[in-house]
Design a protein around this ligand. Structure first.
Ligand SMILES: Cc1ncc(COP(=O)(O)O)c(C=O)c1O
Length: 454
Protein backbone atom coordinates (compact mmCIF):
# COMPACT_ATOMS: atom_id res chain seq x y z
CA UNK A 1 0.00 0.00 0.00
CA UNK A 2 1.44 3.35 -1.07
CA UNK A 3 1.46 6.39 1.16
CA UNK A 4 -1.62 8.50 0.47
CA UNK A 5 -0.95 11.28 2.97
CA UNK A 6 1.04 13.43 0.55
CA UNK A 7 -0.53 12.13 -2.68
CA UNK A 8 -2.36 14.22 -5.25
CA UNK A 9 -5.60 13.30 -7.03
CA UNK A 10 -5.14 10.71 -9.76
CA UNK A 11 -7.90 9.05 -11.74
CA UNK A 12 -7.32 5.69 -13.41
CA UNK A 13 -10.94 4.93 -14.42
CA UNK A 14 -14.08 6.83 -15.31
CA UNK A 15 -16.63 7.13 -12.49
CA UNK A 16 -17.79 4.77 -11.28
CA UNK A 17 -14.93 2.33 -11.87
CA UNK A 18 -15.96 -1.29 -12.56
CA UNK A 19 -15.52 -2.56 -8.98
CA UNK A 20 -17.35 0.44 -7.54
CA UNK A 21 -20.15 -0.03 -10.07
CA UNK A 22 -20.78 -3.54 -8.80
CA UNK A 23 -21.18 -2.30 -5.21
CA UNK A 24 -23.26 0.68 -6.30
CA UNK A 25 -25.63 -1.62 -8.20
CA UNK A 26 -25.99 -3.66 -5.00
CA UNK A 27 -26.70 -0.45 -3.13
CA UNK A 28 -29.44 0.47 -5.59
CA UNK A 29 -31.13 -2.86 -4.89
CA UNK A 30 -30.76 -2.80 -1.13
CA UNK A 31 -30.42 0.71 0.27
CA UNK A 32 -33.29 3.22 0.08
CA UNK A 33 -32.84 6.23 -2.17
CA UNK A 34 -33.80 8.46 0.78
CA UNK A 35 -30.28 7.87 2.11
CA UNK A 36 -28.62 10.39 -0.16
CA UNK A 37 -25.88 9.51 -2.57
CA UNK A 38 -22.81 11.63 -3.29
CA UNK A 39 -19.93 10.75 -5.60
CA UNK A 40 -20.24 7.46 -7.53
CA UNK A 41 -17.26 5.75 -5.99
CA UNK A 42 -16.58 3.26 -3.17
CA UNK A 43 -13.74 3.99 -0.77
CA UNK A 44 -11.06 1.46 0.05
CA UNK A 45 -8.83 3.44 2.46
CA UNK A 46 -8.03 7.00 3.46
CA UNK A 47 -5.07 8.94 4.88
CA UNK A 48 -4.86 12.65 5.69
CA UNK A 49 -6.97 14.50 3.13
CA UNK A 50 -6.83 11.72 0.54
CA UNK A 51 -8.60 8.44 -0.13
CA UNK A 52 -8.27 5.65 -2.62
CA UNK A 53 -11.34 3.91 -4.02
CA UNK A 54 -11.62 0.17 -4.72
CA UNK A 55 -10.74 0.82 -8.39
CA UNK A 56 -7.45 2.56 -7.51
CA UNK A 57 -8.62 6.15 -8.13
CA UNK A 58 -7.09 8.65 -5.72
CA UNK A 59 -9.34 11.45 -4.48
CA UNK A 60 -8.74 14.67 -2.59
CA UNK A 61 -11.55 15.16 -0.09
CA UNK A 62 -12.81 18.72 0.37
CA UNK A 63 -15.96 17.39 2.11
CA UNK A 64 -14.22 15.62 5.00
CA UNK A 65 -17.21 13.35 5.66
CA UNK A 66 -19.38 16.51 6.05
CA UNK A 67 -17.04 18.23 8.47
CA UNK A 68 -16.16 15.15 10.52
CA UNK A 69 -12.55 14.75 9.39
CA UNK A 70 -10.90 17.95 10.61
CA UNK A 71 -8.03 15.75 11.83
CA UNK A 72 -7.96 13.83 8.51
CA UNK A 73 -8.41 10.16 7.66
CA UNK A 74 -6.54 7.52 9.69
CA UNK A 75 -4.53 9.61 12.10
CA UNK A 76 -1.95 7.09 13.43
CA UNK A 77 -2.15 8.31 17.04
CA UNK A 78 -5.95 8.10 17.05
CA UNK A 79 -5.78 4.60 15.51
CA UNK A 80 -3.45 3.53 18.31
CA UNK A 81 -5.80 4.78 21.06
CA UNK A 82 -8.81 3.14 19.40
CA UNK A 83 -6.94 -0.17 19.11
CA UNK A 84 -5.95 -0.03 22.78
CA UNK A 85 -9.50 0.71 23.88
CA UNK A 86 -11.07 -2.01 21.72
CA UNK A 87 -8.85 -4.54 23.46
CA UNK A 88 -10.07 -3.38 26.91
CA UNK A 89 -13.86 -2.97 26.53
CA UNK A 90 -16.31 -1.66 23.91
CA UNK A 91 -19.22 -0.66 26.10
CA UNK A 92 -20.65 -0.55 29.59
CA UNK A 93 -23.09 2.40 29.41
CA UNK A 94 -22.25 5.34 31.66
CA UNK A 95 -25.66 4.79 33.29
CA UNK A 96 -24.47 1.40 34.58
CA UNK A 97 -20.68 1.33 35.04
CA UNK A 98 -18.37 4.37 35.03
CA UNK A 99 -15.31 4.76 32.79
CA UNK A 100 -12.74 7.47 32.93
CA UNK A 101 -12.64 8.53 29.26
CA UNK A 102 -16.18 9.93 29.45
CA UNK A 103 -15.39 11.87 32.61
CA UNK A 104 -11.99 13.16 31.43
CA UNK A 105 -13.48 14.30 28.13
CA UNK A 106 -16.29 16.12 29.96
CA UNK A 107 -13.65 17.90 32.08
CA UNK A 108 -11.71 18.85 28.94
CA UNK A 109 -14.75 20.31 27.18
CA UNK A 110 -15.77 22.22 30.31
CA UNK A 111 -12.33 23.87 30.16
CA UNK A 112 -12.38 24.48 26.40
CA UNK A 113 -15.88 25.86 25.83
CA UNK A 114 -15.73 29.61 26.43
CA UNK A 115 -17.42 31.05 29.52
CA UNK A 116 -16.02 32.11 32.85
CA UNK A 117 -18.46 29.99 34.87
CA UNK A 118 -18.80 26.40 36.02
CA UNK A 119 -19.84 24.08 33.19
CA UNK A 120 -20.83 20.45 32.87
CA UNK A 121 -20.90 18.19 29.79
CA UNK A 122 -22.92 15.14 28.75
CA UNK A 123 -22.43 13.00 25.65
CA UNK A 124 -24.70 11.42 23.08
CA UNK A 125 -24.11 9.99 19.59
CA UNK A 126 -25.03 12.46 16.85
CA UNK A 127 -25.48 16.15 16.24
CA UNK A 128 -29.26 15.84 16.24
CA UNK A 129 -29.22 14.01 19.57
CA UNK A 130 -27.04 16.73 21.09
CA UNK A 131 -29.53 19.37 19.93
CA UNK A 132 -32.49 17.34 21.23
CA UNK A 133 -30.84 17.10 24.65
CA UNK A 134 -29.88 20.78 24.68
CA UNK A 135 -33.52 21.70 24.05
CA UNK A 136 -34.76 19.38 26.80
CA UNK A 137 -32.20 20.86 29.20
CA UNK A 138 -33.28 24.42 28.30
CA UNK A 139 -36.98 23.64 28.73
CA UNK A 140 -36.42 21.93 32.04
CA UNK A 141 -34.35 24.80 33.45
CA UNK A 142 -36.55 27.66 32.24
CA UNK A 143 -39.86 25.80 32.68
CA UNK A 144 -40.86 27.35 29.35
CA UNK A 145 -42.13 25.73 26.16
CA UNK A 146 -41.28 27.97 23.20
CA UNK A 147 -38.18 27.91 21.00
CA UNK A 148 -36.71 30.33 18.48
CA UNK A 149 -34.77 29.13 15.44
CA UNK A 150 -33.79 30.78 12.14
CA UNK A 151 -34.43 30.68 8.43
CA UNK A 152 -31.70 28.58 6.79
CA UNK A 153 -31.01 26.67 10.03
CA UNK A 154 -30.06 23.00 10.08
CA UNK A 155 -30.12 21.13 13.38
CA UNK A 156 -30.73 17.51 12.31
CA UNK A 157 -33.22 14.96 11.01
CA UNK A 158 -35.08 13.75 14.12
CA UNK A 159 -38.63 15.03 14.58
CA UNK A 160 -37.73 17.89 16.93
CA UNK A 161 -34.54 18.89 15.14
CA UNK A 162 -36.35 18.78 11.78
CA UNK A 163 -38.88 21.18 13.25
CA UNK A 164 -35.97 23.49 14.06
CA UNK A 165 -34.48 22.98 10.60
CA UNK A 166 -35.46 25.32 7.82
CA UNK A 167 -34.86 23.72 4.41
CA UNK A 168 -38.05 21.97 3.28
CA UNK A 169 -36.67 19.93 0.40
CA UNK A 170 -35.26 17.39 0.86
CA UNK A 171 -35.28 17.49 4.65
CA UNK A 172 -38.86 18.20 5.75
CA UNK A 173 -41.04 17.50 2.74
CA UNK A 174 -43.75 14.99 3.70
CA UNK A 175 -42.37 14.19 7.15
CA UNK A 176 -44.68 16.46 9.18
CA UNK A 177 -46.51 17.39 11.29
CA UNK A 178 -43.66 18.46 13.51
CA UNK A 179 -43.49 19.30 17.24
CA UNK A 180 -45.07 22.66 18.04
CA UNK A 181 -43.76 25.69 19.90
CA UNK A 182 -41.10 26.53 17.32
CA UNK A 183 -40.81 30.06 15.92
CA UNK A 184 -38.55 31.00 13.01
CA UNK A 185 -36.84 34.37 12.91
CA UNK A 186 -35.06 35.71 9.83
CA UNK A 187 -31.34 34.90 9.74
CA UNK A 188 -29.13 37.89 8.83
CA UNK A 189 -28.21 36.60 5.35
CA UNK A 190 -26.62 39.86 4.29
CA UNK A 191 -25.85 38.79 0.70
CA UNK A 192 -29.58 38.13 0.15
CA UNK A 193 -30.85 41.22 1.97
CA UNK A 194 -33.74 43.05 0.26
CA UNK A 195 -32.58 44.88 -2.88
CA UNK A 196 -33.49 48.30 -1.47
CA UNK A 197 -31.27 47.88 1.61
CA UNK A 198 -27.59 48.77 1.26
CA UNK A 199 -24.98 46.45 2.73
CA UNK A 200 -24.15 49.20 5.24
CA UNK A 201 -27.74 49.40 6.48
CA UNK A 202 -28.41 45.69 6.44
CA UNK A 203 -27.51 45.01 10.09
CA UNK A 204 -29.95 47.65 11.33
CA UNK A 205 -32.57 46.10 9.05
CA UNK A 206 -32.05 42.58 10.44
CA UNK A 207 -31.96 43.79 14.05
CA UNK A 208 -35.23 45.65 13.56
CA UNK A 209 -36.76 42.48 12.06
CA UNK A 210 -35.65 40.57 15.15
CA UNK A 211 -37.35 43.04 17.49
CA UNK A 212 -40.53 42.93 15.38
CA UNK A 213 -40.40 39.14 15.50
CA UNK A 214 -40.74 39.25 19.28
CA UNK A 215 -43.77 41.53 18.89
CA UNK A 216 -45.44 39.60 16.10
CA UNK A 217 -44.50 35.92 16.54
CA UNK A 218 -43.83 34.98 20.15
CA UNK A 219 -43.71 36.64 23.56
CA UNK A 220 -40.11 36.56 24.79
CA UNK A 221 -41.21 35.61 28.33
CA UNK A 222 -42.47 32.29 26.94
CA UNK A 223 -39.24 31.40 25.13
CA UNK A 224 -36.97 28.76 26.66
CA UNK A 225 -34.13 29.13 24.15
CA UNK A 226 -32.87 30.72 20.97
CA UNK A 227 -30.77 28.23 19.00
CA UNK A 228 -28.33 29.47 16.38
CA UNK A 229 -25.35 28.13 14.44
CA UNK A 230 -22.37 30.53 14.75
CA UNK A 231 -21.78 29.82 11.05
CA UNK A 232 -24.85 28.40 9.32
CA UNK A 233 -23.67 25.16 7.75
CA UNK A 234 -26.30 23.57 5.52
CA UNK A 235 -27.69 27.11 5.11
CA UNK A 236 -24.64 28.06 3.01
CA UNK A 237 -21.76 28.87 5.39
CA UNK A 238 -23.08 32.14 6.70
CA UNK A 239 -21.27 33.51 9.75
CA UNK A 240 -23.63 35.29 12.17
CA UNK A 241 -22.39 38.89 12.38
CA UNK A 242 -21.10 39.67 15.89
CA UNK A 243 -23.33 42.71 16.13
CA UNK A 244 -26.34 40.44 15.65
CA UNK A 245 -25.09 37.97 18.29
CA UNK A 246 -24.78 40.91 20.72
CA UNK A 247 -28.41 41.77 20.07
CA UNK A 248 -29.47 38.17 20.65
CA UNK A 249 -27.56 38.02 23.92
CA UNK A 250 -29.17 41.28 25.03
CA UNK A 251 -32.67 39.97 24.31
CA UNK A 252 -31.85 36.69 26.11
CA UNK A 253 -30.57 38.53 29.17
CA UNK A 254 -33.58 40.86 29.30
CA UNK A 255 -36.10 38.02 29.15
CA UNK A 256 -34.41 35.03 30.81
CA UNK A 257 -34.00 33.16 27.50
CA UNK A 258 -31.12 30.71 27.03
CA UNK A 259 -28.80 31.08 24.05
CA UNK A 260 -27.84 27.74 22.49
CA UNK A 261 -24.86 27.80 20.14
CA UNK A 262 -24.96 24.84 17.76
CA UNK A 263 -21.30 24.10 16.99
CA UNK A 264 -21.96 20.68 15.47
CA UNK A 265 -20.37 21.69 12.15
CA UNK A 266 -18.26 24.70 13.20
CA UNK A 267 -16.52 23.15 16.21
CA UNK A 268 -13.10 21.54 16.69
CA UNK A 269 -10.86 24.09 14.97
CA UNK A 270 -12.83 24.38 11.72
CA UNK A 271 -13.25 28.15 11.97
CA UNK A 272 -9.72 28.94 13.18
CA UNK A 273 -10.59 28.55 16.89
CA UNK A 274 -11.43 25.39 18.82
CA UNK A 275 -15.03 26.70 18.87
CA UNK A 276 -16.48 29.45 16.70
CA UNK A 277 -18.10 31.01 19.77
CA UNK A 278 -14.59 31.97 20.91
CA UNK A 279 -15.02 34.85 18.43
CA UNK A 280 -18.14 35.81 20.42
CA UNK A 281 -16.17 35.53 23.66
CA UNK A 282 -13.65 38.07 22.33
CA UNK A 283 -16.57 40.52 22.37
CA UNK A 284 -17.66 39.42 25.85
CA UNK A 285 -20.62 37.33 24.58
CA UNK A 286 -21.14 33.78 25.84
CA UNK A 287 -23.74 31.14 25.00
CA UNK A 288 -25.50 29.24 27.81
CA UNK A 289 -25.39 25.87 26.08
CA UNK A 290 -23.05 24.60 23.34
CA UNK A 291 -23.71 21.51 21.22
CA UNK A 292 -20.80 19.90 19.36
CA UNK A 293 -20.24 16.72 17.36
CA UNK A 294 -18.80 15.80 13.92
CA UNK A 295 -14.98 16.27 14.21
CA UNK A 296 -14.91 15.65 17.97
CA UNK A 297 -13.80 12.01 17.68
CA UNK A 298 -12.14 11.87 14.25
CA UNK A 299 -15.01 9.93 12.67
CA UNK A 300 -16.42 7.86 15.53
CA UNK A 301 -20.00 8.77 16.45
CA UNK A 302 -20.04 11.13 19.40
CA UNK A 303 -21.64 14.44 20.34
CA UNK A 304 -21.61 16.69 23.37
CA UNK A 305 -23.79 19.15 25.24
CA UNK A 306 -21.81 21.58 27.37
CA UNK A 307 -23.77 24.00 29.53
CA UNK A 308 -23.65 26.23 32.55
CA UNK A 309 -23.71 23.81 35.50
CA UNK A 310 -26.85 25.25 37.09
CA UNK A 311 -28.74 24.93 33.79
CA UNK A 312 -27.79 21.34 32.98
CA UNK A 313 -28.18 20.25 36.63
CA UNK A 314 -31.89 21.11 36.50
CA UNK A 315 -32.51 17.84 34.60
CA UNK A 316 -33.26 14.85 36.82
CA UNK A 317 -31.11 11.67 36.89
CA UNK A 318 -32.03 9.44 33.96
CA UNK A 319 -33.74 12.30 32.11
CA UNK A 320 -30.95 12.93 29.59
CA UNK A 321 -28.56 10.66 27.68
CA UNK A 322 -29.11 7.15 26.31
CA UNK A 323 -27.71 3.60 26.13
CA UNK A 324 -24.76 4.34 23.85
CA UNK A 325 -24.12 7.88 25.06
CA UNK A 326 -20.41 8.68 25.18
CA UNK A 327 -19.15 5.33 23.95
CA UNK A 328 -15.76 4.39 25.51
CA UNK A 329 -13.98 3.99 22.16
CA UNK A 330 -15.37 7.28 20.83
CA UNK A 331 -14.56 9.23 24.01
CA UNK A 332 -11.01 7.76 24.09
CA UNK A 333 -10.56 8.82 20.45
CA UNK A 334 -11.93 12.30 21.20
CA UNK A 335 -9.44 12.86 24.03
CA UNK A 336 -6.63 12.05 21.60
CA UNK A 337 -8.13 14.15 18.77
CA UNK A 338 -8.34 17.19 21.05
CA UNK A 339 -4.83 16.60 22.42
CA UNK A 340 -3.46 16.55 18.86
CA UNK A 341 -5.49 19.60 17.83
CA UNK A 342 -4.09 21.61 20.74
CA UNK A 343 -0.52 20.29 20.48
CA UNK A 344 -0.24 20.72 16.70
CA UNK A 345 -2.25 23.94 16.63
CA UNK A 346 -5.04 22.87 14.27
CA UNK A 347 -6.77 26.20 14.81
CA UNK A 348 -3.78 27.92 13.20
CA UNK A 349 -3.79 25.33 10.40
CA UNK A 350 -7.42 26.32 9.71
CA UNK A 351 -6.44 29.99 9.59
CA UNK A 352 -3.63 29.23 7.13
CA UNK A 353 -5.94 27.16 4.93
CA UNK A 354 -8.42 30.02 5.03
CA UNK A 355 -5.80 32.54 3.79
CA UNK A 356 -4.62 30.21 1.02
CA UNK A 357 -8.06 29.21 -0.22
CA UNK A 358 -9.90 32.54 0.20
CA UNK A 359 -7.19 34.42 -1.77
CA UNK A 360 -7.70 32.04 -4.69
CA UNK A 361 -11.52 32.09 -4.40
CA UNK A 362 -11.54 35.91 -4.54
CA UNK A 363 -9.27 35.75 -7.63
CA UNK A 364 -11.74 33.33 -9.23
CA UNK A 365 -14.63 35.63 -8.33
CA UNK A 366 -12.97 38.38 -10.42
CA UNK A 367 -12.77 36.03 -13.41
CA UNK A 368 -16.05 34.10 -13.28
CA UNK A 369 -19.35 35.98 -13.15
CA UNK A 370 -21.05 32.89 -11.78
CA UNK A 371 -19.38 33.48 -8.38
CA UNK A 372 -21.77 35.87 -6.63
CA UNK A 373 -20.33 35.71 -3.13
CA UNK A 374 -17.27 34.28 -1.38
CA UNK A 375 -17.52 33.98 2.40
CA UNK A 376 -16.78 31.98 5.50
CA UNK A 377 -15.00 31.92 8.81
CA UNK A 378 -11.59 30.24 9.06
CA UNK A 379 -11.60 27.05 6.99
CA UNK A 380 -15.42 26.92 6.81
CA UNK A 381 -15.60 28.53 3.38
CA UNK A 382 -18.08 28.67 0.52
CA UNK A 383 -18.89 30.39 -2.72
CA UNK A 384 -22.42 31.19 -3.77
CA UNK A 385 -23.09 30.68 -7.48
CA UNK A 386 -25.57 32.84 -9.39
CA UNK A 387 -26.60 33.10 -13.04
CA UNK A 388 -26.75 36.89 -12.74
CA UNK A 389 -24.72 38.99 -10.30
CA UNK A 390 -27.42 41.69 -10.13
CA UNK A 391 -30.58 39.59 -9.74
CA UNK A 392 -28.60 36.90 -7.79
CA UNK A 393 -30.61 34.15 -9.50
CA UNK A 394 -29.32 30.90 -7.93
CA UNK A 395 -27.19 28.75 -10.29
CA UNK A 396 -28.40 25.42 -8.86
CA UNK A 397 -27.96 23.29 -11.99
CA UNK A 398 -24.51 24.75 -12.65
CA UNK A 399 -23.50 23.97 -9.04
CA UNK A 400 -24.44 20.31 -9.58
CA UNK A 401 -22.48 20.22 -12.86
CA UNK A 402 -19.39 21.79 -11.27
CA UNK A 403 -19.46 19.16 -8.50
CA UNK A 404 -19.68 16.44 -11.15
CA UNK A 405 -16.74 17.90 -13.09
CA UNK A 406 -14.72 18.09 -9.85
CA UNK A 407 -15.56 14.45 -9.03
CA UNK A 408 -14.40 13.33 -12.48
CA UNK A 409 -11.01 14.94 -11.77
CA UNK A 410 -10.66 13.39 -8.32
CA UNK A 411 -12.01 16.12 -6.03
CA UNK A 412 -14.90 15.62 -3.60
CA UNK A 413 -16.91 18.79 -2.85
CA UNK A 414 -20.35 19.44 -1.38
CA UNK A 415 -23.13 21.86 -2.14
CA UNK A 416 -25.05 23.78 0.52
CA UNK A 417 -27.76 26.37 0.99
CA UNK A 418 -31.54 26.54 0.83
CA UNK A 419 -31.25 27.10 -2.92
CA UNK A 420 -28.57 24.41 -3.43
CA UNK A 421 -26.28 26.92 -5.14
CA UNK A 422 -23.28 27.06 -2.81
CA UNK A 423 -20.05 25.13 -3.07
CA UNK A 424 -18.77 24.53 0.45
CA UNK A 425 -15.33 23.46 1.56
CA UNK A 426 -14.65 21.33 4.64
CA UNK A 427 -11.25 19.91 3.82
CA UNK A 428 -9.31 18.13 6.57
CA UNK A 429 -7.14 20.68 8.37
CA UNK A 430 -4.06 18.58 7.59
CA UNK A 431 -4.48 19.17 3.82
CA UNK A 432 -1.07 20.23 2.44
CA UNK A 433 -0.55 23.43 0.42
CA UNK A 434 0.19 21.30 -2.65
CA UNK A 435 -3.08 19.42 -2.20
CA UNK A 436 -4.99 22.68 -1.64
CA UNK A 437 -3.54 24.05 -4.87
CA UNK A 438 -4.44 20.86 -6.75
CA UNK A 439 -8.01 21.05 -5.44
CA UNK A 440 -8.40 24.71 -6.32
CA UNK A 441 -6.99 24.06 -9.82
CA UNK A 442 -9.65 21.36 -10.29
CA UNK A 443 -12.39 23.75 -9.12
CA UNK A 444 -11.18 26.37 -11.59
CA UNK A 445 -11.11 23.82 -14.42
CA UNK A 446 -14.66 22.75 -13.53
CA UNK A 447 -15.78 26.40 -13.50
CA UNK A 448 -14.25 26.86 -16.96
CA UNK A 449 -15.97 23.78 -18.37
CA UNK A 450 -19.38 24.65 -16.94
CA UNK A 451 -19.36 28.42 -17.57
CA UNK A 452 -17.41 28.14 -20.87
CA UNK A 453 -15.21 31.07 -19.73
CA UNK A 454 -11.48 30.73 -20.41
C1 LIG B 1 -25.21 22.72 12.81
C2 LIG B 1 -25.67 21.31 12.78
N1 LIG B 1 -26.44 20.84 13.77
C3 LIG B 1 -26.88 19.57 13.79
C4 LIG B 1 -26.55 18.69 12.78
C5 LIG B 1 -27.06 17.26 12.83
O1 LIG B 1 -26.01 16.41 13.05
P1 LIG B 1 -26.17 14.82 12.76
O2 LIG B 1 -26.29 14.67 11.29
O3 LIG B 1 -24.92 14.23 13.34
O4 LIG B 1 -27.39 14.39 13.49
C6 LIG B 1 -25.75 19.12 11.73
C7 LIG B 1 -25.40 18.21 10.62
O5 LIG B 1 -24.95 18.58 9.58
C8 LIG B 1 -25.29 20.47 11.73
O6 LIG B 1 -24.53 20.93 10.73
Amino acid sequence: MGNLRLALPKMVTELPGPKSKEILDMREENVPGGVSYGTPTVINRGEGAMFEDIDGNIFLDFAGGIGVLNIGYSNPEVIEVVKEQTEKFFHTSINVVQYEQYIKLAKKLNELVPGDYKKKTMFVNSGAEAVENAIKIAKKFTKRSELVTFTGAFHGRTALTLALTSKVKPYKFGFGPFPSGIHRAEFPYTYRRPKWISEEDSMEYFKEKLHNFFLEEVTPEEVAAIIIEPVQGEGGFLPVPLEYVKELRKICDEHGILLICDEVQSGYCRTGKMFACEYWAEEGIYPDIVTSAKSIAGGLPLSAVTAKAEIIEASQAGGIGGTYSGNPIATAAALKVIEIMERDNYAEKAQNISKFVMTRLFEMQEKYDIIGDVRGLGAMMAMELVTDKVTKEPAKEETKLIIKECNKRGLIVLDAGIRGNNLRFLMPLCTTDEQLKAGLDIIEEALKVVTKVN
